[in-house]
Design a binder for this molecule. Structure first.
Ligand code: SAJ
Length: 421
């Protein structure tokens, strides 16, 4: 084996990032041992099936398992390289990062480490997490040397290589996106570059260390969060001034150096609403704009709910003798962004549920990407656009392509995506 080729690697955490990454290596005919704490996930993958939603992933997993390059297990096994792709949620009112999954994964693989192994942290992490991971490994394996003590000569190579793929486009972006490689030493980075180069066609850019690589990933998502917050704040300002925010953004974006994003019901998904908090928690006094952006985006669903209440109220004012129980509210879109069926961490779903919880009249939902309504919407009806047009109040939450050609229905409209604007 040449110094830079890998025959057997292990991916720890077979979720939205770990599983597609495992498949990429397997597709390059590298033996991949996938490790997950869930027996159900392991069994599903070993059947050649998948437990998550991502275009083209099912076919790729099926092929990788069939051809014998991908196998899943709950018990870590020896390998040349280990990639950790486990969740890093936040906890408590202070949004402190929770590294317990990284700690558990580190301790689980430590037992099977051998000199010469590479361990990569892919999970989006607060600054310092990669060094903490190395320390957890070294606690369990005092017989091995690590970069902190042994520098370039360490037995175990450690790097942070954050994932940065867009849900819905993971199978393309894993290959074509540039990667940031933050090794604890130059040798660590070189080993990591060699690993990713087996399937990445983008550049593998070597950072000066893992800490700046960690902050780079958090910065990317904070950049987007701050820019979405700017658009969301403009929508509040325009509402106050009775101006059309969509027209405003269209006009301002004609400037060659202005590119404002789109307002919406709030920010969903697992990443953009979480990662900025990791910056805030590590530099509380300095990260004022980043924190405020989070607060602006997190408060948007409440603002939308107030608009819905006002629309129902206005309808009742115009129709004396009617009560709220007579008013049908139609909600358009539940997913966390357009043209996907992913309802996780979706502000649109939160708003639909909040309406269900407090509105006494009928509720209709149009969501062309799902077959049945999720929990909290049991009393609502999943309908098509034509059926929804009979409602008195219409709440447009997600700009699915399916809605784009629809004409504005008759009635009170709360359109937070500018579809009918
Ligand atoms: N959104 C708006 N207005 C916009 C753009 C987005 O309201 O103009 C909302 C969306 O509706 C959604 C949320 O923001 O609720 C996030 O959607 P997204 O498409 O911006 O991003 P994600 O969460 O699907 O993926 C992001 C990506 N990060 C960046 O684009 C900087 C992806 O590259 C990361 O890998 C991913 O987070 C991650 O895993 O960290």
């Amino acid at each position: 084996m040449s110094d830079h080729s890998y025959k057997r690697i292990s991916v720890i955490g077979l979720g939205y990032i770990g599983l597609p990454t495992a498949v990429m290596f397997a597709s390059r005919k590298i033996e991949v041992v996938g490790v997950d704490v869930s027996q159900n996930v392991v069994d599903t993958i070993n059947r050649g099936a998948i437990h998550i939603i991502e275009p083209d992933l099912d076919v790729a997993v099926h092929a990788a398992v069939q051809e014998g390059f991908l196998r899943a297990t709950t018990m870590p096994e020896p390998a040349e390289a280990f990639l950790i792709a486990v969740p890093t949620p936040f906890q408590g009112a202070d949004h402190e990062p929770d590294l317990s999954y990284i700690e558990a994964a580190s301790k689980a693989i430590a037992r099977v480490l051998r000199p010469g192994n590479l361990v990569i942290l892919e999970s989006t992490s607060p600054v310092g997490a990669t060094e903490a991971m190395a320390d957890w490994l070294s606690e369990v394996r005092p017989d091995l040397t690590f970069p902190r003590g042994a520098g370039e000569a360490s037995d175990i190579r450690i790097a942070h290589c954050p994932e940065r793929v867009l849900p819905g486009k993971v199978m393309q972006e894993l290959i074509t996106n540039d990667r940031v490689i933050g090794g604890m030493t130059r040798a660590c980075s070189a080993r990591a570059v060699a690993l990713y180069k087996s399937f990445v066609t983008g550049d593998c850019v070597v950072a000066s260390g893992p800490r700046v690589a960690e902050l780079a990933k958090l910065t990317e998502n904070s950049f987007r969060d701050v820019n979405i917050a700017f658009a969301n704040e403009l929508s509040l300002i325009c509402d106050r001034l009775e101006l059309d925010v969509w027209e405003l953004i269209r006009l301002a974006n004609r400037h060659p150096r202005v590119n404002i994003l789109q307002p919406g019901p709030g920010v969903g998904g697992h990443c953009i609403a979480v990662d900025p908090w990791f910056i805030v928690s590590s530099a509380r006094n300095e990260a004022r704009l980043i924190r405020t952006a989070r607060e602006v985006n997190d408060s948007k669903p409440d603002w939308v709910m107030n608009k819905v209440r006002a629309a129902i109220g206005a309808h009742l004012m115009a129709n004396p003798g009617k009560t709220a129980a007579d008013v049908t509210v139609a909600v358009y879109g539940l997913s966390f962004k357009p043209n996907i069926d992913d309802l996780r961490e979706s502000p649109a779903l939160d708003i639909a549920r909040a309406i269900a919880a407090e509105h006494t009249g009928p509720q209709l939902v149009v969501e062309p990407n799902i077959e049945e309504l999720p929990k909290g919407l049991e009393a609502a009806h999943l309908v098509d656009l034509t059926a929804a047009s009979a409602a008195e109040v219409h709440v447009m939450l997600v700009d699915h392509t399916h809605f784009m050609s629809s004409v504005a229905p008759i009635g009170r409209i709360v359109d937070v995506r500018g579809v009918w604007g």
